[in-house]
Design a protein around this ligand. Structure first.
Ligand SMILES: Nc1ncnc2c1ncn2[C@@H]1O[C@H](COP(=O)(O)OP(=O)(O)OP(=O)(O)O)[C@@H](O)[C@H]1O
Ligand SMILES: [Mg+2]
Length: 239
């Protein structure tokens, strides 16, 4: 079981979209996925309600700092992946989720490069690491990238962030109509009609490439149990 968290303190960075694309692709491949919807706007919960049963995927909402640990404890035996979608904030639940994650993904909009919210998450990760002595694996994922943006331009952004010690996924999430429409109509990229949604095949390929790269980041060996990673200040707060 691996915990993957999407975080960016800035609202609208693309967390929920990226979380849903990854979760549905992992579930499509046959992995058991539990999404913990900690976004107060509950988009993934609404999507799940509109979608009906999706094989291998369960969405749990109303996540609080006090309930997060309990939800993970309950999900850990039945899930291959737990995906956490956070609010665009830097609060207690964000700090808790970061601390227990095997991988934190920080969506940053490729075009705007407004990285202020990402910088806040990177700083919070650094603080938690310093305080706990744990390493929190994290990467930026460029999102809403224009399909015309060249690989070379993306390499430049990647190199710029690498100079600052930030790793960036090779796979950007492209701006696609399908990624907006999935929330409007429910279902998955596989159940959408290719005659109605433009470039659906490209959206599917992008989702598959993202999932492949994220899976490759996961530790091969079983990690130290997530409970051991739970910071002491978390259990105090949960009590
Ligand atoms: N790859 C993409 N292609 C097309 N539209 C996108 C993409 N990523 C995000 N969007 C759109 O951008 C807007 C913000 O995205 P999203 O809701 O995923 O961000 P968020 O970080 O979860 O926001 P919040 O902080 O409010 O929870 C939405 O309208 C969404 O449809
Ligand atoms: Mg969101």
């Amino acid at each position: 079981m691996a915990v993957i968290t999407f975080a960016n303190a800035k609202g609208g960075a693309g967390k929920t979209t990226a979380a849903l694309i990854l979760s549905t692709e992992l579930a499509r491949q046959g992995h058991r996925v539990v999404v913990l919807d900690a976004d107060p706007q509950r988009w993934i919960t609404s999507w799940a309600e509109a979608s009906g049963h999706i094989a291998n995927l369960t969405v749990i909402s109303h996540i609080t700092p006090g309930s997060l640990e309990c939800h993970i404890r309950e999900a850990k035996d039945e899930a291959d992946y737990i995906v956490i979608d956070l609010a665009g904030a830097k609060d207690q639940i964000v700090a808790l989720a970061l601390a227990i994650s095997d991988q934190v993904l920080i969506p940053v909009q490729g075009c705007a490069m407004d990285a202020k919210g990402a910088a806040q998450i990177l700083e919070l990760i650094r603080q938690i690491q310093d305080r706990s002595g744990l390493r929190i694996n994290h990467s930026v994922v460029l999102t809403r990238v224009n399909s015309l943006v060249t690989t070379r331009a993306l390499q430049t952004i990647k190199a710029m962030l690498a100079e600052r010690g930030v790793s960036v996924l090779d796979t950007p999430i492209v701006e696609r109509a399908a990624y907006r429409e999935i929330f409007d109509f429910g279902g998955t990229l596989q159940t959408m009609d290719p005659n109605r949604v433009s470039n659906l095949d490209k959206a599917r390929e992008n989702a598959a490439a993202l999932a492949k790269e994220v899976q490759a980041l996961m530790p091969v060996k079983t990690r130290r149990s997530w409970a051991a990673r739970m910071p002491s200040w978390a259990s105090r707060n949960a009590a």
